[in-house]
Design a protein around this ligand. Structure first.
Ligand code: A2P
Length: 344
């Protein structure tokens, strides 16, 4: 047996940084649902919401101000408060001896930082023993690699072409408010206010997530391309187009995969049916396939529309859907925290 990450205790001190946000609130829900052993729960956010309360297991907890919060004695901190916040404060928590699971993109591609999806590369957590910071991958990347890993283990993947249809919750609580408000405005014949997104999101599709880079890709697309290779530990040619759609919860992805050896839809369906964290819903006759309306609120990565790509050898199409706030963020972070408290 290996050494534990955190010394064994009956229960642990856990801080949720960004506890008032969309992902933070779901982190609290999932910690409660999974009965994570917590002796002290500390919700943390900015000075804007310090002093307000959040609920956990029916009790109210006062939100602390991150700027003045002393992390001494915290065992695990789940961060979801943006990249700049995490760049400044995650090292401060780590130096105080706390493991940080960070949902932002601040540390993901740092070569000394573990980027972990428990179903795919839990072994990468070993990297965190010294620096104590673990990066939670991008939401679209997480659901894609959970579906790709069992296939890659059977026949190495050469190339992936992915297009995403991403829910507004991925952009936070204010983004969800914006979709709701614009929808009401349009239905009532009013003009719309555009604030969070680069264009109107209600009754629209925006092929622009995060900032544009010099090569014409967006940073969201770059994250999917780079993070997939780091998590899978393989030099896979990945190219992505990411789009925002007017859906509240649940990212969908059209994924085209080319393998270096024999692979077909039937074999892929069997491999995915047995894969950890995956649920196959693939019944064209019954018109049954994964959709965000059904994936929202669930923990699985749903895969359907599995079919051979007749245009190229050893290539498949997959349709991959998951709750982006749960498996794409909060659940993945809590699963990492669960490994941190287990006997290795
Ligand atoms: P606050 O409510 O105090 O602004 P979302 O992704 O839904 O927009 O939520 C972002 C979360 O990150 C919120 O909990 C927010 O807290 C928190 N946050 C944002 N900026 C900071 C900061 N500078 N320091 C601490 N928490 C922050």
């Amino acid at each position: 047996m290996g050494e534990r990450f955190i010394e064994e205790k009956e229960a642990y001190t856990v801080a949720v940084v960004g506890a008032t946000g969309a992902v933070g609130a779901t982190m609290l829900e999932i910690l409660a649902e999974r009965d994570f052993p917590i002796s002290e729960l500390i919700p943390v956010a900015s000075s804007r919401s310090a002093g307000s309360v959040v609920e956990y297991k029916g009790k109210e907890y006062i939100v602390q101000d991150l700027e003045t919060f002393d992390p001494t004695g915290v065992d695990i901190a789940l961060f979801s408060a943006g990249g700049d916040t995490s760049k400044t404060h995650a090292p401060r928590f780590a130096e105080a001896g706390c493991y940080v699971v960070d949902n932002s993109s601040a540390w993901r591609m740092d070569e000394d930082i573990a980027l972990v999806v428990p179903e795919v590369n839990p072994q990468a957590l070993e990297m965190a023993r010294n620096n104590k910071i673990i990066a939670n991958p991008n939401c679209s990347t997480i659901q894609m690699v959970v579906a790709l890993k069992p296939l890659h283990d059977a026949a190495p993947i050469e190339r992936v072409v992915v297009s995403t249809y991403q829910a507004v919750s991925g952009a936070g609580g204010k983004a969800m408010d914006e979709l709701a408000k614009q929808t009401a405005q349009l239905i009532n014949g009013q003009s719309t206010d555009v604030d969070v997104f680069p264009a109107r999101i209600a009754f629209n599709v925006i092929p622009h997530i995060d900032v544009f880079m010099d090569d014409g890709y967006t940073k969201e697309e770059r994250k999917m391309m780079d993070e997939t290779c780091k998590i899978m530990g393989a030099d896979i040619a990945v190219t992505a187009t990411t789009a925002r759609v007017p859906v509240f919860y649940g990212h969908s992805e059209s994924v085209n995969v080319t393998f270096s050896g024999p692979m077909n839809a039937e074999k892929a369906r069997a491999l995915l049916a047995d894969a950890e964290g995956v649920c196959v819903v693939d019944d064209p006759d019954g018109e049954d396939y994964p959709m965000p309306s059904e994936a929202a609120g669930t923990d699985h990565v749903w895969v359907g529309r599995i079919r051979d790509d007749h245009s190229y050898p050893n290539s498949l199409h997959l349709w991959v859907v998951a709750d982006n706030v749960r498996k794409g963020a909060a659940l993945n972070a809590v699963q990492i925290a669960e490994i941190l408290i287990q006997q290795q």
